[in-house]
Design a protein around this ligand. Structure first.
Ligand SMILES: [Zn+2]
Length: 428
């Protein structure tokens, strides 16, 4: 970088940060205070720095990130749960994604911080706010730029942005504590198949039964034209009205929709019967590439999404009654979804670790549900084909067509049972 550029860089960055601010002011939106902007900038710069090597689960960079997150949680007024800030788990050697990435057996670390509720009764119920902090490390598996394998995939938007938003949300809620307790979780191993959130959902700090909602932030750093996407708004009856009414103050071009089974950590909680939301500023050309760098983030937009999410969380965590959970039927089939054979409607647990495929749930009104297959079941055979893992199950289903009547053998509570299934058509 030439001396001249180095001399004017701070000015350029200031101007780069100022542009969205100007756009916000023009849109009548209050820009975040300079101190907030500076804190956000420092945090994303560190988490998305080359020094952290792209935060691949189990790597030294991921461990440094976890330590940093715990420190920032403490500085934002959160407390560690009884077991401490860190919830460690081992990535199962045969977890499909982990095998691809060569990190089977690695140690993942979820970071958990608690903001106790102010109401003596409702504080026994919780709302979770989460974001994954792991990313792709040197690229390769799951990266979209094979030519850059070996280069640090900094993951500034995916998902240093969501992780940093947690600190801002904690600071906001600290000053006006909600009635219910808020649990902040920075998940590990999301890129390996939602492993950290799946582990937490099986080993929660507070029972899932008293978990009233989960709000996920994954890629919230590239706000364009004020457009904010919120997935999961159909998972509770009250969500659409709640989002729209709060947005009057924040003025996003808000687009909310759908079920809770998106491609991020909220899925692990929706499968467990919890209403969920996923805040998202949409994909972009740097997604899963080594070019997803912090300089490209809209820091003011990130702070604005964090403030909006704090307001949504506060509204959910202080409402007198619980939300009305909606267990949705599967989404309409995506065009060209062929090649996968018949449809069963099971939701596999990507954690692996068993012979067969353990399920985190089954889709409503699906062939699996109609045949009595349940969350927790381990599928070990489909018709005459033994099922050792996810690939085996996909292959076994490919041998059948919609309408076929097949025996699916599952293990439940240690005993095998046979469920007679009429396989369906995707979306059927
Ligand atoms: Zn992500």
């Amino acid at each position: 970088m030439s001396a001249r550029i180095r001399a004017i860089l701070p000015f350029l960055l200031l101007h780069a940060a100022a542009a969205p601010l100007a756009a916000q002011a023009a849109a009548g939106v209050t820009p975040p205070p300079p101190a907030v902007l500076e804190a956000v900038r420092q945090d994303v710069r560190y988490l998305a720095s080359d020094a952290l090597g792209g935060r691949l689960t189990g790597s030294p960079g991921a461990d440094s990130a976890a330590a940093y997150i715990a420190r920032r949680f403490a500085e934002s007024g959160l407390q560690p749960p009884p077991g401490g800030w860190f919830q460690r788990f081992t990535v199962a050697p045969d977890a499909p994604a982990a095998m691809h990435a060569g990190v089977g057996g690695a140690e993942g670390t979820n970071v958990i911080g608690i903001l106790p509720g102010r109401d003596p009764v409702l504080r026994n119920e919780v709302v979770i706010v989460g974001a994954h902090y792991d990313h792709l490390g040197p690229g390769g598996t799951f990266a979209l730029d094979p030519d850059s394998t070996g280069a640090v995939h900094n993951g500034a938007d995916d998902n240093a942005s969501g992780t940093v938003a947690l600190f801002q949300i904690a600071r906001r809620l600290q000053s006006a504590r909600p009635a219910r307790t808020v649990v902040f979780i920075a998940f590990s191993a999301e890129e390996l198949g939602l492993l950290g959130s799946a582990h937490y959902a099986r080993n929660p700090a507070y029972p899932i039964a008293v978990t009233r909602a989960m709000v996920n932030l994954d890629m919230v750093g590239r706000l364009r034209n004020g457009r904010l996407i919120v997935y999961g708004s159909a998972t509770a009856a009250e969500f659409p009205a709640l989002l729209e009414s709060l947005n009057r103050q924040y003025g996003f071009a808000l687009h909310h929709e759908g079920d809770g089974y998106g491609r991020s950590d909220q899925s692990s909680f929706y499968a467990a019967g919890v209403p969920v939301l996923h805040m998202f500023t949409d994909l972009h050309e740097d997604y899963h590439r080594s070019t997803d760098d912090w300089e490209k983030l809209d820091l003011a937009g990130l702070a604005r999404v964090a403030d909006f999410t704090a307001a949504v969380t506060a509204a959910i965590a202080s409402r007198p009654t619980a939300l009305t959970f909606i267990n949705l039927p599967p989404p309409a089939p995506s065009a060209g979804g062929g090649g996968y054979g018949a449809y069963l409607g099971s939701i596999p647990d990507m954690a692996g670790g068993v012979r067969g495929v353990r399920l985190t749930g089954v889709r409503k009104d699906s062939p699996a549900e109609r045949a009595g297959i349940q969350a927790g079941d381990v599928i070990i055979r489909i018709a005459t084909t033994q099922v050792a893992d996810l690939q085996g199950m996909t292959d076994a289903l490919r041998e059948h067509k919609p309408g076929d009547l097949v025996d699916v053998v599952v293990v439940r509570d240690g005993a095998e049972r046979t469920c007679r299934v009429t396989l369906g058509r995707r979306g059927g």
